[in-house]
Structures are given as C-alpha cells and as structure tokens.
Design a protein around this ligand. Structure first.
Ligand code: ATP
Ligand code: MG
Length: 286
C-alpha cells in the first residue's frame, strides 16, 4: 500500500488560505472541494485533513495526523505531545491583555483580584503566575472582546493583530503575553517512509520561503565599483558580472534580502550603481 504523510490544516478561518497557499507553492496540486474533510494531493504523497485548529494538536498526539499547521498560540495552549518543526512566517499576531479604555491601568498589579475572559486559560494562568498576580480566569470560546462591555469580566486576553477590534469595543491593549505565527508541528517519530516525504516537503517549503525573503537584483556599475558592490550584495555564491558595450561598465546580477533591502540600495547608489532592477524570485534553492 502506498504511504501518505497526513497533514492537518484548518478547515476554515485565518490559517486556511495561508496553509493551502504554502502547499500549492510547494508544487502540490490539491483539489479542495468545499466542505471536504480529507483530500489527497494529486502529485505528492500527502493526505490533507481539514479540522478545527483547536483539535489539530490532539489529532497529532493521537497519530491520526502526522503533522499539522496551527498558530503558535494553539500549540502552546493545548500543550499536547507535539513538537515545533518549522516556523511558517504567516498569520503573525500576538496574544495580549486588554482592559476598558476608561480603566486607570498602571501595570500588571492593576489586574490583581480582577476577572479575565479568554480562550487561552492555560497561557494566561501561566503568565499571571509568573508575574505573581492572582486573578480569576473566565474561559469563553469566542467573542471575547465583548466580555467587559457586558459585565462578564474586567479584562480580556485575546489575539490582536492591528488592534482595531479592541478599539471598536472600547478596549486598550496593555500587555503582550506572547507573539505568534503559523507553525508546522509534528508528533511522535515517523516511519522512515513518512520522514522522507516530510523531508522532501520541508526542502520545498524552505525554497518557497527563502524566495519570498529575497529579490533578484540587476544593476549597471563602473568596473572599479564591482568589488565594493560585491561586498554589499554577495549573492548566493558570488554575483554574475557581464560587460556592457559601454567601455569600463558592467552589468551585475545578484540576490538581495528583503530585510535590509532599502539600506543596501542606498549603499549601492552611493557606490555608483545605476539602472537598478529588482525582480521577485519564485523559488530559491541554496
Ligand atoms: P476554528 O474554527 O478552526 O477553531 P478559530 O475561530 O479558532 O478557528 P481563527 O480566528 O480562524 O480561529 O484563527 C486561527 C489562528 O490564526 C489563531 O489561532 C491565530 O494563530 C491566527 N490569527 C487569528 N487572528 C489573527 C489575525 N487577526 N491576524 C493574524 N493571525 C491571526
Ligand atoms: Mg479555534
């Protein structure tokens, strides 16, 4: 019987699109008929299970799924027998404590003896304990941000990305409890066949993510600037240099990282680079 690696992803919600996109960019053809619970990639030995994100760590612990994609917040909260395999660089958010705007907040001690509504009781309890605060925890599964307004709690701890939901509910963010992003998690040791499939998938994910973080750069420069420019954008091994028909000038091709992109462009210009073109890279294999 053919071996498949079973991947659990969110059925619908904030992680679903990013998870499917990542698998598709890794070259997997997935027929995702709406409402389906399970599907197979047509050209890669994986089976995809569509589940509620909260349930994914348990399914992995129970070995129903081999790996899964969840928010780090869920990974920490559920605290199952799972391990972090890879950070996936999307669905970035934070888990924060927020209080009514009108509350005169002066540090965590303001929460002493208060009631906090959250869907993350494990994380919040641990955080309060580490900070020596005693507060009540009121666990609710959704619409946490309305809890103070309806008198259910004095404060909340919930996912924040821009803060606009908090604002429209008359709340202000006062403490960041943890940062989160989508991560790939796994469970017990895989069979050799499954591990090989996972390694192939991870290799592809790496190529997709490094491509996203890098750009292909082409520029023209006087020959006497080549050395300086190469030290700024060394590329994967070294830049490609091609002579221009204009005497003593070259075209230089390399790769530049997204993070310090603008800083490097400024340096290149100061070294005499001209006609700089920057092009997205689809896949990058180191
Ligand atoms: P499910 O029905 O699967 O239980 P859910 O309602 O619990 O879904 P979502 O709101 O879809 O969960 O969020 C899933 C995950 O996406 C969260 O656990 C968090 O890691 C991340 N996330 C949530 N909100 C945001 C946001 N505004 N920006 C970025 N990431 C977010
Ligand atoms: Mg959920």
């Amino acid at each position: 019987m053919k071996t498949y690696l079973r991947i659990a992803i969110q059925k619908s919600g904030r992680l679903q699109e990013g998870s499917i996109d990542l698998l598709k960019e890794s070259g997997l053809t997935i027929s995702n008929g709406r409402g389906q619970l399970k599907t197979q990639a047509l050209n890669f030995p994986v089976e995809i299970l569509f589940l509620r994100d909260d349930d994914i760590p348990q399914y992995i612990e129970d070995r129903v799924a081999d790996i899964g994609i969840v928010g780090e917040n869920i990974f920490v909260e559920k605290n199952k027998n799972t391990t972090l395999i890879k950070r996936l660089d999307f669905a970035k958010c934070r888990l924060s404590i927020a209080v009514p705007k009108s509350l005169d907040y002066h540090g965590l001690s303001s929460l002493q003896g208060k009631n906090i509504a959250t869907s993350y009781p494990v994380i919040v309890r641990k955080y309060l304990k580490a900070n020596n605060i005693e507060a009540g925890i009121h666990e609710i599964s959704g619409s946490v941000e309305i809890a103070p307004g309806i008198g259910l709690a004095d404060a909340i701890c919930d996912i924040v990305s821009t803060g606009s939901t908090l604002l429209s509910n008359g709340l202000k963010e006062v403490e960041i409890v943890m940062q989160s992003e989508a991560i790939m998690i796994g469970g017990a040791e895989l069979t050799q066949e499954k591990q090989e499939i996972l390694d192939r998938l991870l290799f592809r994910l790496e190529a997709v993510n490094s491509a996203k973080n890098n750009k292909y750069i082409l520029l023209n420069c006087p020959n006497d600037a080549i050395e300086k420019i190469t030290s700024v954008i060394p590329g994967m091994k070294s830049p490609t240099i091609m002579p221009l028909s204009k005497k003593n000038w070259s075209s230089l091709h390399s790769v530049v990282n997204e993070n310090d992109f603008w800083e490097k462009i400024d340096q290149l210009k100061s070294f005499g680079a001209e006609g700089i073109l920057v092009i997205p890279i689809e896949k990058m294999i180191q």
